[in-house]
Design a protein around this ligand. Sequence first.
Ligand code: PLP
Length: 432
Amino acid sequence: MEKQSRNIPLPFQQGQGGSSVREDFPILEKHIYEKYPLVYLDNAATTQKPRSVVDAMTDEYYNVNANVHRGVHFLSQQATELHEASRETVRKFLNARSTREIVFTRGTTESINLVASCYGEAFMHEGDEVILSEMEHHSNIVSWQLLQARKGIRLRVIPITDEGELRLDEYEKLFSDRTRIVSLTHVSNVLGTVNPMKEIIRIAHEHDVPVLVDGAQSTPHFAVDVQDLDCDFFAFSGHKIYGPTGIGVLYGKEAWLDKIPPYMGGGEMIQNVSFEKTTFNELPYKFEAGTPDYVATTGLAKALDYVSSIGMDNIEKHEQDLTQYAIHRLSEIDGMHVFGPKKNRDAVISFLVRQPGIPETDTSFEHFIHHLDMGTLLDRLGIAVRTGHHCAEPLMHRLGIEGTVRISFALYNTREEVDRLVSAIERVKQMF
Ligand code: PLP
């Protein structure tokens, strides 16, 4: 990945000269209920957008807008150039070999559905197996269940430890002569667990089984290199990495993308059409039926340029510091239960807080403040968190809970915001 530094300090460098990255995000100036400065800790759901992303998209709509690929006229060619330059930006960001391996989709969900549907169509039959894990997002469970309903495949599930790490010993045992694919999340969107993906992929390849990585929660937080990982497919969403909504990426090794059939039919994905026979376009267009969201691809490229200019390593360092600080500060709260592993964890923290007056010996989560109450009251104090099952109901069942309160960091969050969260939790506790 190309690393240039534009010398804009992250929030922790505030006061050391220059402006803070926070100034790039106008929404962070907002006061919630016209009273409390916004503390936005719902970044795993979606991140805020820097000015450069919104400005580039507005500029494209005002000055370039035309449908891509099909036009001979000036604007269409300009829009096509921007769109294809964005593909190259994504290629560089993931360190893919070729832009033929970069398919634009609507997001992680669509990318996973594409693989389940098309790879499943070509390579999976009744009784064949996909290996998932207990910590998957619904998009990486239900997509395979749809294939299960169509073709009678089986889902094999890697269990997790009580701390929230994958049981690699059990993973190895799940392989059989019917295993056709492994599909796993890089980082848990609930526990923050960073899975040892290189090792997981190495083991799968020893069994000649390809791996799809759900990178929705990894790409925003640390550098990803698909060649180094050696994954076969990799999915991520633009809106979780400071880009626009409705755009995402499926990376696939060219050899796989060549072998699997198209996902949807329509314009763009064809070479020639007749009522007797249709031939398909070359990669990656074979998987991109219809008019693509070419303005969103520009926005995505701007977002990737933005994080690359700060440096993914700097972002990782800042967010790791913030996560450790938050865990430390949260643990000072009486009755606090933080989920997830102690090490190898990312900028996502799920927690519940015991109701005051309930003895510590009572570990039943029934006597914890309901996640929805905590989230609603934190919101009244200007703090945006997420509550619920986080689209990971099987994980909730495993943990024996209905839901958690989840905070998740982005490059613009600060230690002061963590302090405000901790004070706000103390205030909420006093209301019970
Ligand atoms: N996978 C994980 C781990 C996620 O956290 C999410 C979103 O929260 C998704 C998949 C789905 O992403 P999207 O809704 O952008 O398609």
